[in-house]
Write a protein that binds this ligand. Sequence first.
Ligand SMILES: C[S@@+](CC[C@H](N)C(=O)[O-])C[C@H]1O[C@@H](n2cnc3c(N)ncnc32)[C@H](O)[C@@H]1O
Length: 204
Amino acid sequence: MDKLKLFKAAGGMKWEDRYRKWKEGKAGRAWFTPEIKVRDSDIEQSLKEFDLKGKCVLDIGTGWGWQAIALAEKGYQVTAFDTSHTAIELCKTNAAQRNVEVDFITADLNFCDFDIQFDWVMDRGCFTTLNEGFHKSYCEKVAKWLKPYGCFLVKVNSRMGIPYIQTCFEPWFEVATAKPSLFQGGNPGSFTSLYFVMKKKNPI
Ligand SMILES: C[S@@+](CC[C@H](N)C(=O)[O-])C[C@H]1O[C@@H](n2cnc3c(N)ncnc32)[C@H](O)[C@@H]1O
């Protein structure tokens, strides 16, 4: 598959279109009500429960960047990327208004790579939007980007089901938490999700 087809199949154009329309006032709904600067309570709880002291964090599919910004405000060194250039520009504005530094990058996970490893990695709603055909390469990438024994925090749409997620990630991760939850701030209101904390198996 050539790169453009791959990009379309991965949904990159769809997301850019959504954010651009929202910015131009042409679409009432992105996926999230941006005015609600939600701090995800599951992530907050995991910071304590799993003692996530490592400072170097990656946020995949950061959207409006609110989780990344909230972590930077707590003193984490956050790298956050999204396939939508418009979303990343909004993130940069949001971070500047809050006076925090986050390394916001426009990148599609199917084409990007990092030459460092992160202490922990999070994904709130990106994996769940991917075509099934991209799931395996996604899991491989997250495992590569995580330090040995690092934690991966991921929230998906509840329709995916716990067994499917466990099967996808099982070759690289051990599931420490798997529970029903909500996408707080999701549009409209909140909607049901599954929240997972996984530990990278070593060696992989
Ligand atoms: C449901 S939204 C979640 C946004 C954000 N994480 C949050 O909690 O508000 C999914 C995000 O994943 C991004 N995304 C989808 N496919 C992607 C890809 N292949 N590479 C990078 N980002 C992607 C979308 O642009 C969108 O911002």
